[in-house]
Design a protein around this ligand. Sequence first.
Ligand code: ADE
Length: 236
Amino acid sequence: MKPIPKTTKKAMRIDIITVLPELLESPLNHSIMKRAKEKGLLEVNLISLRDFATDKHHTVDDYQYGGGAGMVMMCEPISSCIEHLKSERTYDEIIYMTPDGETLSQKQLNKFSLLQNIIILCGHYKGIDERIRQLYITKEISIGDYVLSGGELAAAVFTDGVGRLLPGVLNDETSALTDSFQDNLLAPPVYTRPPVFNGLEVPEVLLSGHEKKIQEWRFEQSMERTRQRRPDLLKE
Ligand code: ADE
């Protein structure tokens, strides 16, 4: 009988289009993201939008029609950048980071972590020309009801959230499953040594070695914490 070939999944590829690639270098090159890349499970490319500007000043923004404060990111550089990327491979999603997008959740991160190729476009100034949204963008994502000065930090949040879910990235494969929100529950409290600190003791059950009781205690603590802090999650 022929041996079953090992499935070698290609690294997930995230191409981030930005006017500030430097802003993303550090957050995506340490700790778990660094490990994901070194293991060949995640490839992140920072693409400078200014490289796709056509004038000598590398202009990517312009005044908005109708007047009003704030510049708008122009169609042409974004369009040529996306067309260039699309000519090289197929993308599952082209995501625009924007405060008026759908709020990012763990459920969505789980889904995105199954994709192969993603483009993330980071907005700046007043945002991007609406026609780019109509022509190219397949998902609009916000990381919360507040406004940042650009989409870069949101793109870093997204990439980190997805990257750590890729199989093989975390040492203990079960640890992402026990994260807060994975069951619509917040994670239970955790403790490490010493057993007594400033008079506060580690709950006895955690020292008991009784696996079933520990599981039950953790579940009860998760429920209690969720009830107190995020009762909205229990209604979902
Ligand atoms: N750009 C500016 N603010 C943002 C937010 N809250 N989420 C995603 N992108 C953004």
